[in-house]
Design a protein around this ligand. Structure first.
Ligand SMILES: N[C@@H](CCC[C@H](N)C(=O)O)C(=O)O
Length: 277
């Protein structure tokens, strides 16, 4: 059976997007096979669009899997991509997408960008989660040249290290060590941020289950929140990632708004029977 897919990206964070509303299942093994950049299509995350749960006001449910098969509670860049697809399908510019972490309102803007309400930043140590009680604004964690990160959850776990010079950091060496640090029982996405101005941050993210990507939307949200909590920025900033720019605002009610581009790279079809169950 041939199953159509879309290859999309947000600031270079790339996705295979599958419409699974007819009932196909995105298992961990299938996602890992699809995401493999040598033997599959290749992507940072595999995204399944599934029916919205009964009674939900959302247009659809979005399942997020990393290349290692693990399931994530949030993916900011993919949420914008799926919102743009659902907007085109329904003719609505305002809609909501259900994830395992909550319902995310989204809006298609006149310039083609998409704004998503990523929900409230969760600041408690149990919410990140951390392995033990700690002040999430200053974690006792050092690896190589980086130390003293701040942590929060955007529906998925993030730690942000603020550094003076991003250019010299050995991210592919320290990223995997930090992702698996015992302090993070569910592992964590690890952001490395250089504050350029009170409204501008340069960010690179070692993503849980995916590695270094060109952009991480939830990471950009977490970074702005952590930077504002530290008094390094205001509550609104442009976050410059390797693949573009994201506008982030931490509203007074605790919700984080993310605005950014979406792009479709190509369409294809998967030989479903060739995938593992
Ligand atoms: N690329 C995403 C985040 C994807 C999930 C993450 N790797 C996790 O495991 O939590 C984004 O744009 O937010």
């Amino acid at each position: 059976m041939d199953v159509p897919f879309l290859k999309m990206h947000g600031c270079g964070n790339d996705f295979v997007v599958l419409d699974l509303r007819a009932g196909l299942a995105l298992t961990p093994a299938r996602a890992a096979a699809i995401a493999n950049r040598r033997t599959g299509v290749g992507c940072d995350q595999v995204i399944g669009i599934e029916p919205a749960p009964a009674g939900s006001r959302a247009a659809a449910f979005m399942r997020i899997r990393n290349p290692d098969g693990s399931e994530a509670g949030a993916c900011g860049n993919a949420t914008r991509c799926v919102a743009s697809l659902l907007a085109a399908e329904t003719g609505r510019t305002v809609l909501a997408i259900q994830t395992i972490s909550g319902t995310l309102p989204a809006e298609l803007l006149p310039d083609g960008r998409v704004r998503v309400d990523m929900g409230p930043a969760r600041l408690g140590w149990q919410e990140v989660p951390l392995a033990e009680a700690a002040d999430t604004l200053h974690l006792d964690l050092t690896t190589g040249p980086v130390s003293d990160p701040a942590a929060c959850s955007m529906g998925n776990p993030h730690a942000t290290f603020f550094v003076d010079d991003l250019g010299t950091l050995p991210i592919t060496t320290i990223g995997p060590v930090l992702e698996h640090a015992p302090l993070f029982p569910n592992r964590a996405n690890i952001g490395f941020a250089q504050v350029l101005a009170p409204d501008r941050i340069r960010l690179r993210v070692w993503e849980r289950g995916a590695g270094l990507t060109l952009a991480c939307g939830s990471g950009a949200c977490a970074t702005l929140v952590n930077a504002a909590r530290r008094g390094l920025t205001g509550r609104r900033a442009t976050v410059v990632v390797d693949g573009g720019e994201l506008g982030i605002e931490w509203r007074d009610d605790g919700h984080v708004l993310m605005t950014g581009p979406v792009a479709t790279a190509f369409r294809g079809s998967l030989a479903w029977e060739a995938l593992p169950p």
